[in-house]
Design a protein around this ligand. Structure first.
Ligand code: ZN
Length: 287
């Protein structure tokens, strides 16, 4: 049975700053279940990108690297997103009746903050809770919770063809205190939030007639003492978990890249990339 493009859906979950070795050591039953039906693989941050959130998330979104999308750090001004649009924009352009969804506590992904948004359609960013201080870890945790719950509502009750949901607590803990027990706890919290998103998808009344692809990805690692931006293996080793009817686990052996996500999203919907886009990656299926 072929499921029509309008009944196909993609959820990309971005979890910032999660070391691969820390992920493997943490208790993450929801990620493990996804990996069993698809794959988990380390992702080397391409040498054209620094191990910094802005450039790498821009590669996830656009399918090209810093030399072309023009994002060099977390100030996005000077970007070339009009020439290299994000995958949500490309899905909407190719499928005019399709809707998309995005949510993130880090403003530049979904709002005009710092020259954003990376995802041109914009999206939900939770406001700071009353009396909270920006950057305080409890505040960040509350904002991630708001992102996860708003996203779960969208996945259950709305009908986004493609969605990008982003969680930032792990990276903020890494910056605050390094790769500690609390860093691992934050990874486990993200896994629980992923579980809520997957439960929302499973509970859709029309789920049996739908095809869903889920990709969970981080942008970079952290040094032991916290922080990133350098070229150590701890910083350059990211990872990806992907599952769905068009995901071929054998691609984990050929090696997967941040730039593969954009072409995979297009591939799900049968959108043929224009050769002029010169996407850097390949769909996550056998050639
Ligand atoms: Zn980051």
């Amino acid at each position: 049975v072929t499921i029509a493009p309008e009944n196909r859906h993609v959820l990309i979950v971005g979890i910032d700053g999660v070391r691969y070795d820390s992920l493997v050591a943490a208790h993450t039953p929801n990620l493990d279940a996804l990996a069993r039906t698809g794959f988990i693989a380390p992702v080397r941050v391409d040498d054209r990108n620094p191990t910094i959130s802005g450039p790498v998330w821009s590669t996830v979104a656009t399918g090209v690297y810093r030399d072309r999308h023009g994002v060099h750090d977390n100030d996005l001004r000077g970007h070339r997103f009009s020439a290299h649009p994000d995958f949500l924009s490309r899905v909407r352009a190719a499928m005019p009746s399709a809707t998309t969804f995005a949510a993130a506590a880090w403003g530049p992904l979904v709002t005009a903050a710092a020259g954003g948004p990376v995802f041109a359609p914009g999206g939900y960013r939770p406001g700071l809770p009353a009396g909270a201080e920006d950057g305080d870890l409890a505040t960040i945790a509350a904002m991630d919770e708001a992102v996860a719950s708003r996203a779960a509502r969208a996945l259950l009750h709305e009908n986004p063809a493609a969605a990008f949901v982003y969680l930032v607590l792990v990276d903020m803990v890494g910056h605050a205190e390094g790769v500690t027990d609390r860093y691992r706890d934050a990874i486990e919290t993200c896994d629980q939030q992923l579980g809520v998103l997957l439960a929302a998808i499973a509970a859709r009344p029309t789920r049996d007639a739908e095809e869903w692809t889920v990709v969970v990805v981080t942008d970079h690692g952290h040094r032991d003492a916290g922080h990133h931006g350098g070229d150590s293996d701890a910083e350059r080793t990211a990872w990806m978990v992907a599952a769905g009817p068009r995901i071929d686990a054998s691609v984990a052996a050929r090696g997967v890249d941040h730039a593969d996500i954009h072409p995979h999203v297009l591939d799900v919907f049968g959108i043929r990339p224009d050769p002029e886009w010169a996407l850097e990656g390949e769909p996550l299926r056998a050639p």
